[in-house]
Design a protein around this ligand. Structure first.
Ligand code: CMP
Length: 241
């Protein structure tokens, strides 16, 4: 179980300026409102690979990521996984059940140790009702996610494996890429199995494609760390269908 805490000393550890930069929700609030919202929430810590929600569970709370990353996924009856999204600091999850009262629409699992702010429906909804600008930011964020999911479904339906994988890698470059003398290092360790879950194919298929790209000098891939050596060539792969 995640470790819960309401301790005021821990609440002080929140870096509001950093949170504002990463969170559309906090960016829409004044300092006073932001601290009020933090005061209405509790903090929760979780170690890596912990399920925060499981699909189908009843839930009336929303999480804001303070530190770490989570994956949002669906699991088939045979235990196959499809990753819908990876969320990091400042991002929100759990808003769907909080708004519509239906069970959790996906499983959310920590990929690394995480720290969250947790808000309950009965405290968050009255706060939102008084601040329509924050409501609009949340609606905009839900629209962006729907667009991203549309893109994912389109890619799964219309593109071959190499184009899908190239697009995922370019997305990861955009979100987590750091320049290095060698190339662009993707600052998020992903196993070949997880890459497969993002692209909708088996680990073996991902392995075959990555080996081809390693051999042709597009990427380097060692122990889960991916370096893009030739981003132009990866763009060309992403455009070929
Ligand atoms: P909820 O349904 O309460 O619990 C699971 C959460 O995962 C959901 O709220 C959203 O916050 C998040 N989620 C579900 N589907 C997606 C998606 N397609 N893209 C990004 N996040 C999602």
């Amino acid at each position: 179980m995640p470790n819960e805490s309401n301790h005021p000393i821990e609440a002080k550890l929140i870096d509001l300026a950093a949170l504002r930069q990463k969170s559309v929700l906090f960016a829409a609030l004044s300092d006073g409102e932001a601290w009020e919202l933090i005061g209405l929430s509790r903090q929760e810590n979780a170690s890596a690979r912990q399920d925060i929600y499981q699909v189908g569970q009843i839930g009336d709370s929303l999480h804001i990521v303070l530190e770490g990353r989570v994956k949002v996924s669906l699991l088939s009856e045979e235990g196959k996984e499809a990753i819908l999204s990876i969320l990091g600091a400042g991002e929100v999850f759990g808003e769907m059940s909080l708004f519509d009262g239906d069970p959790r629409s996906a499983t959310v699992t920590t990929m690394e140790p995480c720290r969250f702010l947790v808000l309950r429906r009965q405290t968050f909804l009255p706060f939102l009702e008084k601040r329509p600008q924050v409501m609009l930011e949340l609606i905009a964020e839900m629209s962006r996610r729907l667009r991203a999911t549309n893109t994912l479904v389109g890619n799964l339906s219309f593109l071959n494996l190499s184009a899908r994988l190239a697009r995922i890698l370019l997305n990861l470059v955009q979100q987590y890429g750091k320049m290095s003398p060698k190339g662009i290092v993707i600052g998020l360790k992903l196993s070949q199995e997880e890459l497969g879950h993002l692209v909708g194919v088996s680990r073996e298929s991902v392995n075959r494609q990555l080996r081809l790209w390693v051999e042709s000098g597009l990427i380097e891939y060692t122990q889960g760390t991916l370096i893009v050596l030739n981003s132009d060539a990866l763009f060309r792969e992403a455009l070929a269908s």
